[in-house]
Ligand binder design. Structure first.
Ligand SMILES: [Zn+2]
Ligand SMILES: [Zn+2]
Length: 97
């Protein structure tokens, strides 16, 4: 019978699989490698979306959806769309003000 919850790498070493709470799965990479992986990034981005316009991080897709309809977000996106100014310029202007 296969030993439960254990795995062996290509060198035959046994190691404990790690569990990622974000992805809800067990992985056998180093934690830092897993955190850098495309899949982990995508899941993090889905579960904790970031509004690139407002540079805000949300803790659920629903909070993000709500933010998209918020006055604050609409104002920021209006400024950017209407004046067609790049975001970096807006940030520079914000910090210089
Ligand atoms: Zn993960
Ligand atoms: Zn926003």
């Amino acid at each position: 019978m296969k030993e439960e919850g254990r795995d062996v790498d290509e060198n035959g070493r046994k190691f404990d699989p790690l569990f990622c709470k974000t992805c809800k799965l067990v992985f056998t990479l180093k934690r830092s490698d897993h955190n850098d992986s495309e899949m982990h990034r995508r899941i993090t981005n889905f579960l904790q979306p970031t509004c690139k316009l407002c540079s805000e991080v949300f803790f659920s897709p629903m909070a993000y959806e709500k933010h998209l309809d918020s006055q604050k977000h609409l104002e920021v996106s209006k400024i950017i769309v209407e004046k067609k100014i790049p975001l970096w310029l807006l940030l520079v202007a914000f910090f210089l003000d």
